[in-house]
Design a protein around this ligand. Structure first.
Ligand SMILES: [Zn+2]
Length: 112
């Protein structure tokens, strides 16, 4: 979370917005849980436990649906031979122009 969803103030890492005093701690907890499941999915990938990778990637994606979370879940679906799910996720990414540009920009940053 980069900004308060209530007033759009910059998120400073506190559980309460510094401007509007909204309680945003629960949202931060959800993002932290999503990041934790995403890391567990990556760990499962390196352990070659692809069903576990898919389980963690699905949980991460259900908590916070970012392009990276969808991409990770699509990879996990592919590795577990769930080709229908992998294709559906890939198509959902292709249909979301902002996600596509996000990935293109990320690749540009990695490969100058
Ligand atoms: Zn606020």
């Amino acid at each position: 979370m980069e900004r308060c969803p209530v007033c759009n103030a910059r998120y400073a890492g506190n559980r309460q917005c510094h401007r509007c005093k909204a309680d945003i701690g629960m949202l931060a907890d959800i993002e932290e849980a999503a990041d934790s499941f995403r890391q567990k999915a990556v760990d499962a990938y390196y352990a070659a436990d692809y069903p576990l990778m898919l389980d963690h990637a699905r949980r991460s994606c259900s908590l916070r649906k970012t392009s990276d979370a969808v991409w990770l879940m699509a990879c996990a679906a592919f590795l577990t031979r769930r080709f229908d799910m992998a294709l559906r996720l890939r198509n959902s990414m292709a249909n979301n122009q902002s996600w596509t540009m996000e990935r293109v920009n990320a690749k540009s940053c990695n490969h100058p």
